[in-house]
Write a protein that binds this ligand. Structure first.
Ligand SMILES: C[S@@+](CC[C@H](N)C(=O)[O-])C[C@H]1O[C@@H](n2cnc3c(N)ncnc32)[C@H](O)[C@@H]1O
Length: 262
């Protein structure tokens, strides 16, 4: 386990082990973020966010995770792995037509077949893959039940907005919503536009690397949102700069605690 010897608190807070948990600058770093992914077969824009996915599940301890847009299953498998390793009482749902879209491209049944060969033996006790449209799948999920929602479907502005608005009622009072590709502006990508609107209304945090990952605290009881997102900020800095040297290229973060709407 890497332990920093640096005593210069200003540039890199001291990282040490305490009760089986890495602690950095007074913040629990947890143990999950350093875990190796069980499923990392594909090169995806999501690879760089996997340690954060592990860390987030450890911090939030969600009882329900839903992903809109699974494709090869990189991000979804990371959420499932964290749930499994932490022995959480958490149901996971991964929804996708598994046919592709204008940005991901069109693909065949072999993608879902390969994902199932990895997913089913490891995660099927608590996780279900649904092959359907996001709109059709709404009926499978109770209102106010999702603690962690990851929106990563078609990336046009209208599509992402539709997904957010239709699924928002399903999110719990402690719910957090993730948006991928918040930093993509070409090829009709419009998540950045939706993101710029939503951060006016909800507390948020955004990673600028890995095509951008937005973290939005939509639930009215998101546990100490400022604390959570402050921790994210420090966490990412520490993880990227100190533990994952490859990540420090182009790493940017921004932190926007916002007044919640009434
Ligand atoms: C960007 S990929 C998801 C990437 C994935 N999260 C990862 O970790 O690599 C987007 C996926 O969303 C699916 N998709 C897009 N719009 C959809 C919709 N309305 N209903 C169901 N699936 C959709 C596509 O089939 C595609 O597999």
């Amino acid at each position: 386990m890497p332990v920093m010897q640096d005593n210069q608190e200003t540039t890199a807070p001291r990282i040490k082990m305490r009760e089986n948990t890495l602690v950095a600058g007074g913040l629990p770093l947890g143990r999950m973020a350093l875990m190796a992914p069980e499923f990392n077969t594909y090169k995806s824009a999501w690879n760089e966010h996997i340690p954060f996915a592990f860390w987030l599940v450890e911090q939030l301890r969600p009882v329900s995770i839903v992903e809109l847009g699974v494709h090869t299953g990189l991000s979804y498998s990371a959420f499932c792995q964290a749930v499994k390793v932490l022995h959480l009482e958490c149901k996971c749902l991964g929804i996708d037509t598994f046919e592709g879209d204008p940005h991901a491209g069109v693909y065949g049944p072999e993608i879902l077949r390969e994902l199932r060969s990895h997913h089913d033996p490891l995660y099927s006790g608590f996780s279900t893959l649904i092959q359907d449209t996001f709109d059709n799948a709404l009926e499978h999920v109770a209102n106010g039940s999702i603690d962690l929602l990851h929106i990563d479907g078609t990336h046009f502005y209208e599509s992402a907005k539709n997904d957010f608005e239709k699924w928002l009622p399903k999110v719990s009072t402690r719910g957090v919503v993730l948006f991928h590709d918040t930093q993509e502006t070409g090829h009709g990508f419009g998540v950045h536009r939706l993101w710029s609107e939503l951060i006016q209304r909800y507390p948020s945090f955004e990673f600028h690397h890995g095509h951008g990952l937005g973290v939005l605290g939509v639930g009215k009881d998101v546990a100490t949102p400022v604390g959570l997102y402050s921790a994210c900020q420090r966490q990412t800095d520490l993880l990227c700069v100190n533990f994952f040297p490859d990540w420090d290229q182009g790493l940017r973060w921004s932190f926007r605690p916002r007044k919640r709407p009434n």
